[in-house]
Design a protein around this ligand. Structure first.
Ligand code: NAD
Length: 485
């Protein structure tokens, strides 16, 4: 794709670009199967190298005046905009994103950088009274040290940098392991941006590689925290290791998010929200509207409106044409979506729109007659499928929402916002959107799930102050104390 060989073709970023022993990996475009480039990968040995460098760079970084840290993060934000054309091109070609999705992702990553730049100037502690005369107690946040960030491929830039930027802002060094399917836009390009922004050498590292590199990062005793975004299965393993090692761990995991349509809902607005929530980025979003729970009295109308929207959506290569849906990330994922649809149909579900796979492409699909025993209800599909399940009362709908062990996001449509808020109080999910869809992210609002969607850790706004720090209590006696012995 580039005329001159990019530096990341044969080097990894260990606080500066360095040669590494690992193999080069092919970067494959999911729309065409074409090899777009090569990228140098890291090995578990490089995790040790990165941790050593990061640990020796961290004190200097942490003690740099707050306005200098903020300035570097603001420069990084500006560089994201300056390099938008290149970053978006990679997001489209490497990850199968549509142009609109790539642009949105870059914009919200820019907002994350701006927000992180404001963190170092926040008040960072409190003063407490003491029962001992002559003693002052203060309590302050301190950096963790080195933070390991492990990111997925679906929103590779945002989901890496929403941890990287605030972790840096709070005085930590960071080692980022992007997913192998998004090593360029979610890894190498971010190293270039932070290097050009003037981040001191050794503070940020990018290790492209698979599970073995991720495991080595989690297991390294000098990495004080893991911030992981990805599947629940991998999150459980990481949580186990971190628990054993008594390591701080933030887990943002899978979802199976309910879109609830009550009997008094505005069905045009609900269907519009539902199409966006279910089909955006081919449904490969943790917050995707994956279960459409609809009151029986309005179900036919809702289904027809949603199916009509689904049928109008164009699927194709987003690099070559303007489309609503690009490819799924690879054939394994596309086959998995097909298999979930086919198994559900064999159990009695009906395909109302779409339903077909062509290579890595899958049509926007609406399924009716879906019951809780079917895989389309119980599993995180991670594809463009909207399964519809009926209910007869609010009680039944609440039970259906809570039937999922996941608890990331939900949406509720009703003419009565009061009724919808009462409903929201009774469901076990981390984020609820009334008269909207499930896919929402605002950088200034804490984000996160419950249950199998993650630990109680939160990203965004004030939550970042606590997420990427630990605390220290310092007490000061004006004069030494004479104890009884
Ligand atoms: P994944 O769990 O397969 O991989 C995520 C990252 O973990 C990748 O970088 C991968 O290389 C790495 N990894 C894999 N095995 C590992 C191991 N044993 N130890 C350490 N690291 C390991 O997930 P994915 O397929 O990349 O992403 C899709 C999943 O992510 C979906 O389940 C989706 O819901 C979830 N997700 C959650 C959020 C959220 O904010 N809650 C956001 C986006 C995606």
């Amino acid at each position: 794709m580039n005329e001159t060989s990019p530096i990341w073709e044969d080097k990894i970023y260990l606080g500066q670009w360095q040669t590494a022993e690992g193999p080069q990996a092919a970067v494959i475009g999911p729309a065409t199967g074409e090899v777009l480039a090569k990228v140098q990968t890291a090995t578990p040995v490089d995790v040790g190298r990165a941790a050593l460098i990061a640990n020796s760079a961290q004190q200097h970084w942490a003690t740099l005046p707050f306005d200098q840290k903020a300035e570097i993060l603001r420069r990084a934000a500006a560089l994201l905009k300056e390099r938008a054309e290149e970053i978006n091109r990679w997001n489209i070609r490497e990850c199968g994103s549509t142009a609109a999705k790539a642009e949105w992702e870059l914009q919200v990553t820019y907002e994350q950088a701006q927000m992180a730049a404001a963190l170092p100037m926040q008040p960072n502690g409190q003063i407490f009274p003491s029962s001992m005369p002559g003693r002052r107690n203060y309590w302050k946040r301190v950096p963790i040290g080195t933070v390991g960030v492990i990111a997925p491929w679906n929103f590779p830039i945002l989901l890496a940098m929403r941890s990287v930027f605030p972790a840096l802002a709070m005085g930590n060094c960071v080692i980022l392991k992007p997913a192998p399917m998004s090593a360029i836009c979610g890894g190498a390009l971010m190293a270039e941006v932070l290097e050009a922004a003037g981040l001191p050498e050794g503070v940020f590292h990018v290790l492209p590689g698979g599970p073995e590199v991720g495991e080595a990062l989690v297991q390294h005793s000098d990495v004080g925290m893991i911030s992981f975004t990805g599947s629940t299965a991998v999150g459980e393993k990481i949580g186990e290791t971190c628990g054993r090692m008594l390591k701080k761990c933030a887990l943002e995991l899978g979802g199976n998010n309910a879109m609830v349509i009550l009997d008094d809902a505005d069905l045009d607005a609900a269907a519009s929200s539902a199409a966006w929530g279910a089909f955006l980025h081919q449904g490969q979003i943790c917050m995707q509207a994956g279960r459409h729970l609809v009151h029986r009295s309005v179900a036919d109308k809702y289904m027809n409106k949603l199916a009509e929207r689904a049928t109008r959506l164009v699927t194709g290569d987003p690099w070559k044409q303007q489309v609503h849906l690009g490819p799924l990330i690879n054939e394994t994922q596309a086959r998995r979506v097909e298999e979930i649809v086919n198994r559900s149909v064999a159990m009695g579900a009906n395909v109302v729109a779409g339903g077909k796979r062509d290579g890595n492409f899958f049509e926007a699909t609406v399924l009716s007659g879906v019951t809780p025993e079917m895989p389309a209800f119980g599993e995180e599909i991670f594809g463009p499928v909207a399964p519809i399940t009926l209910f007869d009362s609010d009680e039944e709908a609440i039970a259906l929402v809570n039937a999922s062990p996941y608890g990331l996001a939900a949406a509720i449509h009703s003419a009565s916002t009061e009724r919808a808020q009462r409903f929201a109080e009774r469901i076990r999910v981390g984020m609820v959107h009334i008269n909207d869809q499930t896919v929402n992210n605002e950088f200034q609002v804490p984000f996160g799930g419950m249950g199998r969607s993650g630990t109680s850790g939160r990203f965004g706004g004030p939550a970042n102050l606590d997420e990427f720090t630990t605390t220290q209590w310092v007490s000061v006696m004006e004069q030494g104390i004479q104890y009884p012995f």
